[in-house]
Design a protein around this ligand. Structure first.
Ligand SMILES: Nc1ncnc2c1ncn2[C@@H]1O[C@H](COP(=O)(O)OS(=O)(=O)O)[C@@H](OP(=O)(O)O)[C@H]1O
Ligand SMILES: [Mg+2]
Length: 379
């Protein structure tokens, strides 16, 4: 980040600032969800998964800002949301809320060192910005990859969630940025957070939130606290480097997994944990905050074993994987092969699951245990 001539410096600089903006938008929406009458900020998509004003608002904001910074309409953005649900006549009140949230957020761009639009965007421009993110990625060229709100369930429950932005260049993740608005910057904060009951009413009293970022080959990853009130983002002063944990004894290691058993087989992971001698209870955390916990050294292992037939999407992993790798960790599929981000929106060819560790020793043990246990499991 120090040398302005370095490749991807501008991209990373803009991406980090945009993710700060997105965090600010999400925090406002999550606070509004506190009020019982505000459930109209949440909708079910045609596949029954949830989507909120924040998902659409972040996607529109990030899409608009990236397009302004990098080449207008020609930019390739792969992102989770489309405009199908939001364009329906019965979604007009949600569309109004999204447009307001986006304009409020874009108006704050100067606070984050960026330039927003001269005039507020209309509904059609907001829909167009969301719709522009319809790229399917691939092996050639640059593709931005966005999960506007990863861990939507955590978000609506007032718990952990992440805004994940990455850029893939010729099939490899080149930059990764994770905004974690409910992940405090203090050490050990995630474990403490998960031990308290994270009622939203308590949130305003906590000092929360950070953005973590990295660039491929830098061997470094950084964390900045979110800014609040009228403060401006002070880039140089606020960043500090983060590193994976040095613990390689399974008995001392902490392992993370998805909260929902639908998203990962908890009992298979418990068997692996037992085989390698992990002693601590799993840390169940929503969203890519699990990758952030490994990159920050708060946990040593992340395992996810989705049910057979589920295809993992690149936006659920790209930013987190690079953060863990550049902070000193190792990530692969459950067969030990690196994840392949070059084959479109899915992690095609993924073998059984995903394993991220703070170091090679733990990683080797987990992969060995997967091989030993797989035959006897019914995944
Ligand atoms: N059936 C199934 N199996 C595996 N994974 C699934 C499944 N369904 C959805 N997803 C994707 O998982 C994303 C959330 O993963 P997490 O690891 O954060 O899980 S959890 O929320 O903690 O349970 C979640 O991301 P978001 O949609 O952004 O929340 C989904 O992309
Ligand atoms: Mg997601």
């Amino acid at each position: 980040m120090e040398n302005d001539n370095d490749e991807y410096t501008k991209e990373l600089n803009v991406a980090v600032r945009v993710v700060h903006m997105a965090c600010s938008l999400c925090q406002k929406v999550q606070k509004q969800l506190l009020f019982p009458n505000n459930s109209n900020q949440i909708k079910s998509k045609d596949d029954d998964s949830l989507v909120t004003v924040a998902d659409w608002g972040v996607q529109a904001t990030v899409s608009w800002m990236l397009s302004e910074a990098f080449g207008g309409q020609n930019i390739s953005i792969v992102a989770e949301e489309d405009v199908q649900t939001l364009s329906k006549p019965e979604s007009s009140s949600q569309l109004g809320m999204v447009v307001n949230a986006v304009n409020e957020c874009l108006a704050e761009a100067p606070k984050f060192g960026l330039k927003g639009p001269n005039d507020a965007l209309g509904a059609s421009q907001v829909l167009e910005a969301i719709n522009r993110c319809d790229s399917t990625g691939g092996p050639v060229g640059r593709h931005w990859v966005l999960d506007p709100v990863d861990g939507t369930l955590g978000f609506v429950r007032g718990d952990q969630y992440a805004i994940a932005l990455a850029m893939i260049d010729d099939g490899e993740v080149a930059i990764g940025v994770l905004g974690c608005p409910n992940y405090p910057v203090k050490d050990d904060s995630l474990i403490k957070y998960s031990q308290q009951c994270p009622f939203m009413s308590e949130m305003s009293s906590r000092e929360e939130g950070c953005v973590m970022y990295t660039k491929k080959g830098s061997g470094k990853a950084w964390m900045q606290p979110l800014i609040h009130g009228d403060k401006r983002l002070e880039w140089q002063n606020s960043a500090r480097t983060i590193h994976v944990s040095s613990i390689d004894d399974p008995a001392l290691a902490t392992f993370c997994e998805p909260v929902e058993k639908n998203n990962s087989n908890h009992s298979f992971a418990a068997g692996i944990a037992n085989t390698v001698g992990l002693r601590k209870k799993p840390l169940r955390v929503y969203s890519m905050v699990k990758y952030a916990a490994i990159a920050r050294g708060e946990a040593e292992i992340y395992m996810k074993f989705a049910r057979s037939g589920y295809k993992e999407k690149i936006w659920d992993h790209a930013a987190g994987v690079l953060l863990v790798q550049e902070a000193g960790g190792v990530v692969s599929d459950a067969g030990g092969t690196p994840l392949d981000f070059s084959r479109g929106i899915y992690l095609e060819g993924l073998d059984r699951g995903i394993v991220a560790c703070s170091g090679f020793k733990l990683h080797e043990k987990i992969i060995g245990a997967v091989y030993a246990s797989w035959e006897s499991s019914n995944l």
